[in-house]
Design a protein around this ligand. Structure first.
Ligand SMILES: [Zn+2]
Length: 331
């Protein structure tokens, strides 16, 4: 089985190389062409096959590098969080502004001890791994064992549309490899057949390439389209290979779907950004309640709060805590 898959991958790979310079430019007139690539990290959305399929793809190399720098992530943690953040950025692409978001909480029993990420409609993402430094283990030579590092557990997805009640779905992790788990979430919780492919490539200097691809069947897609996509997925090369070969997001979608009439609808730049502020920290403090605040107010040194997402620290003097407590008690 494994050998079979590998040979499929290789033939697909060879085809790719032969076609790359000859047919690409002509075939994809409707695409954002290579010279329109704005550079840096971004997400695109496309529809294809007579609107029966929609697809998203992203390049997230800088975003993942920033997360790795902020949290000092070990290679396995950087890869796991990078995959999750890339997936969420695509899931949040259709949302509006930074008031609307998609969050993912993974609770699991592997060495990483779970992780959290939040992406907004503004193209920002933030996240953290509960245990950022773990041993590097390989599933096979050159391939980090992310599934083992994540372990068994649950994936909870929270879609927060701003004013509306958030939509929450929870599923069991399928493999801990993240892409498969997000696909499982879509299938079980939102009833949308979805192909998810996520890739983070590291070498000794850190993250070289990162990105993702997500292809979804629209409700009116027939069985023939479903079978077609299944076939494409089975023969699709590893995403890290394609990123290394220099494929940009729209080229990834195009390669997967193979529809010359595909249309790219939108392109949004993305990056790592935290939304924390002193005001938010005060809200978190007051949410603790009067009893806990009384205890904090006893400390003559005041307190220091640390943002999980960006490691920024916020100092509160004892007098400030006392004032907050008084305001709470007056309410
Ligand atoms: Zn922060």
């Amino acid at each position: 089985m494994k050998n079979n898959n590998r040979s499929q991958d290789e033939s697909e790979t060879n085809n790719l190389k032969n076609n790359q310079t000859t047919s690409d430019e002509k075939q994809h007139a409707s695409l954002i062409t290579a010279d329109q690539d704005p550079g840096g990290d971004y997400i695109v959305r496309a529809t294809a096959l007579d609107n029966t399929v929609r697809a998203f793809a992203c390049r997230t190399s800088l975003t993942c590098r920033e997360a790795t720098r902020i949290h000092n992530l070990s290679p396995v943690a950087a890869t796991a969080l990078g995959r999750l953040m890339s997936g969420l950025l695509m899931m949040a692409h259709d949302l509006k502004g930074d008031q609307e978001s998609v969050s993912a909480l993974i609770k699991s029993n592997g060495p990483l001890q779970g992780m959290t990420a939040v992406a907004t409609g503004a193209g920002t993402v933030r996240g953290f791994v509960n245990q950022p430094v773990v041993e590097t283990t390989y599933a096979r030579p050159g391939k980090l064992d992310i599934g083992a590092a994540v372990g068994e557990g649950t994936l909870r997805v929270i879609r927060d549309g701003g004013l509306k009640e958030p939509y929450i779905g929870q599923v069991n992790l399928l493999s801990g490899e993240i892409a498969e788990d997000l696909a499982g979430y879509f299938y079980q919780s939102e009833q949308i057949p979805t192909v998810v492919s996520l890739g983070v490539l590291l070498d000794k200097n850190g993250i070289q390439h990162a990105g993702g691809l997500m292809v979804q069947l629209m409700p009116d897609a027939g069985d023939d389209i479903a079978a077609y996509l299944e076939n494409r997925a089975a023969g699709f090369p590893e995403l890290t290979f394609l990123l290394q070969e220099g494929f940009n997001p729209q080229q990834l979608i195009d390669l997967f779907i193979g529809d010359p009439n595909m249309t790219c609808h939108s392109l949004k730049s993305c990056g790592y950004a935290c939304t924390c502020s002193r005001e938010r920290m005060i809200r978190n403090l007051t949410a603790l309640g009067v009893i806990e605040m009384k205890e904090l107010a006893d400390d003559p040194d005041g307190i220091e709060l640390n943002c999980h997402f960006c490691s920024k620290t916020y100092q509160f003097a004892q007098s400030e805590i006392r004032n907050l407590l008084t305001a709470m008690q007056d309410r």
